[in-house]
Design a protein around this ligand. Sequence first.
Ligand SMILES: *Cc1c(COP(=O)(O)O)cnc(C)c1O
Length: 397
Amino acid sequence: MEKPAICGGTPVRDKKLFYGHQYLDQSDYDAVMEVLKSDYLTCGPKITELEEKLCEITGAKYAVVCSNGTAALHIAALAAGIGKGDELITTPITFAASANCAFYCGGRPVFADINEKTYNIDPASVEEHITERTKAVVAVDFTGQAVELERLQEICKKNHLVLIEDGAHSIGTKYNGIPVGSIADMTTFSFHPVKTVTGGEGGAVLTNSEEYYQKLLLYRSHGITRNEQFLKNESHGPWYYEQVDLGYNYRLTDIQAGLILSQLDKLEMFKKRRKELVARYNDAFSKLDTVTVQEEIPQSDTTRHLYILRLNTDRLTIDRKQFFEAMAAENICCNVHYIPVYYFPYYEENGYKKGICPKAEALYEEMITLPLYYAMSDKDCDDVIKAVEKITEYYKK
Ligand SMILES: *Cc1c(COP(=O)(O)O)cnc(C)c1O
């Protein structure tokens, strides 16, 4: 049996492999340079072009791009009408922003548990957490896999809740053949460098509702409008605008929009490669009885953003932390997505206690994020597989 590097064996590779990395090429550099040489660095034509492109890709009627995915969630929660004392149901297995957006609006996030096979929010648990104060659900397409949209839409419709899909991981994913972005009441995207498509920073909200669209535009830019239809007083002249609500400066620059547009031209290429790598991992890991592969619902045609491996810790003599360290010794830098949101001190201080989502907490103890990104070679992927095989075999009970 081969010795893991952590016990003095030879590491599977010399060069460190990271869990994610952006991919940019000459066309991206050119796209940014073109904007830098143009008349508009912000609020210019690239913004409209990007919004049109996102509508074309997703089939949504309206898109509002903004400074990042967190801002997208904030303005979506505002447009959904979240206010003081309102509740918003979400999953604990996500980045904190999915839940924080409730606090931004004076409301409270409420955590529903996950499905232990798919790791996405469990619609039955959502139903159990609905109260008179519930206004919205933020369902996260965790790792890129679409949530159970049909069930969630049914539940939201019945209870008059707004369904916000946090699609930070899922650009390119389809649900029943329909692209994510045109299904939920509002869908948010992030263009952070670790996501499938990047602008350095960037975000977007997609919707089919004209009403939400108009609100999103206001909240993105100070609550200011020039649209005659929404003015409260008579116009003073062509320069006239009004602040009709309290909004923010959540605008995206044209520089970022130019980069995102150029990245979106590569979306099909990104999708294809990510799917190949996921298939390669799944093939290898489904043969091991020491690990569990994330299950997919048949409705989701997934562009995977993260690859999660679940350790069957009852069959291993090491825990997740030791496994993580053993992988690092093989020069494979993993990560963990995510620490359940309500474990954080801020949440504790706000009255959240451990134990509220047992399935999410159990998953957290056993999960590890393996490298997955466009530019990974087959050899990189096979090195990760080799390291997992070596470590799990050595520490098998
Ligand atoms: C990245 C991420 C966000 C936040 O996006 P930013 O662009 O970093 O603000 C929100 N939700 C999820 C699930 C994310 O992964």
